[in-house]
Design a protein around this ligand. Sequence first.
Ligand SMILES: Cc1cc2nc3c(=O)[nH]c(=O)nc-3n(C[C@H](O)[C@H](O)[C@H](O)COP(=O)(O)OP(=O)(O)OC[C@H]3O[C@@H](n4cnc5c(N)ncnc54)[C@H](O)[C@@H]3O)c2cc1C
Length: 469
Amino acid sequence: MIESPPALFEALVQAAPPGDATLLFDTACVIGGGIAGLLAARVLSDRARRVVVIEPDDLSGTAGPRPGVPQGLQVHTLLPGGQQWLERWVPGLTKEAQERGASLVPGQGTTFLDGVPQALDAEGHHLLAIGRPLLESLIRDRVVSRPGVTVLRGRAIGLRYDGDAVDGVRYTSRSAGDQGDNGARVLDVDFVVDAMGRSSRLSSWLGDSGYDQPRLERLGISINYATALFERSVELADLERPGALALFTPGHSRHGVSTAAVQPIEGMRWIAMLMGYGDSRPGRTVAEFRAACAALPPVFAEAVAGDVVGGVETYHQADNRRRHFADADHLPARLVAVGDAVASFNPIYGQGMSSAALHASCLAAYLGGAPDLDAVAREFYRTQQVVVDAAWAVSAGGDGARLDAQNGTDVPQGVRERRRAMDQIAAATLVDGELAHAFNDVSYMLRHPAVLADPELLARAVAANERAA
Ligand SMILES: Cc1cc2nc3c(=O)[nH]c(=O)nc-3n(C[C@H](O)[C@H](O)[C@H](O)COP(=O)(O)OP(=O)(O)OC[C@H]3O[C@@H](n4cnc5c(N)ncnc54)[C@H](O)[C@@H]3O)c2cc1C
């Protein structure tokens, strides 16, 4: 058994594609047909005769936005880690995405810090620039074409139990707003995955039935996204800069923009995003959007020069949040949760879809380990906690430092030292390629953040910064 979190994380990251698997269930049910739910369904399709995905939205249409995923219109960066794991579950996805017009762009040369291009960023890595609706539809097409996988249009409203195990999912057919048959029904199941996203009702259902509600941890940080699509007249191969990410350190934001991104996506379009913290809500109209982009590196103004497609879509999020399933004492058996239902982060770190893909790997590892299915899925929750902790360390760690600096909070010495070390490493990534690589591997969820706590790495960073001073 692998015990250390970094070793467990590395094992999940390096896991081989699934091979032959023993059937464990007659019917498994996934509640929610977003990316986390679809990937869980993919894993379960190796283990169940029938996998039913319950989802209120109509998923039969083309790759368009849908009400159940309001964030779907915002820019979605797929980190290299997530791309690698999506390929594990949906082989050939990247190629298919490119055939549909998505772009595989080199990461290097695309990052700006306070307006200055970063020479050593993302060397060797590529990022898939694709709209979230198209990405989800490509995954969905492949998952629902697997034997036994079906989508049931409905809204889950609770669970049914047999002793201390879940044995049914209560649902109403069709979505809440629809006319017609909305009577409650029950789907008999052998195993359930909650993939209802950030506003999952699972905790309340558990509490109502006398089980523990997993502790909800929140880190309040107010973020305001604005995303818009613009016509692109230049083919990917002819673009001087195939996308950009502009980051601004506190006190250096431009037009209220703390982070901005542009990516050349399918349909010969640019997708452009501006993000502000707190009261900053940059780019709420097309005119404001273009004005803010004019103050950013030139690629931004170029990207938003074409005709706008639709309008500006805004999104507000108040916190990072996670639910501590691993700490809950009394939970029913035959139940797990994945994706945003477990942890949802500040989206500027781009971890959500990659985390969902790793949660699928946690599920595969759990089911492959001959678990006692009539006991609580503790082994799953413990493995998943390692993945959530790793992502949380990066996003909530970064946000916590920003908030403390902003509020002048007196933080414990240990935290102060860790942050100072991280600042040294981040600064040294500008001048030391090896450090940049290590830092990117963690940001891209390819390595566990513990690798950056190596004293030798810190010494190297301090020396590099002194040389550069
Ligand atoms: C503004 C913003 C930007 C983001 N940018 C990025 C990014 O750049 N990179 C990245 O990796 N991630 C990003 N994310 C996060 C990403 O969207 C999610 O982490 C990821 O898609 C996984 O989501 P999910 O499948 O867990 O949940 P969701 O995508 O929210 O899906 C939940 C599904 O459950 C369904 N559902 C809800 N209730 C019920 C019910 N009662 N019964 C049945 N079904 C139900 C919903 O209809 C929906 O289909 C961003 C998020 C936001 C908010």
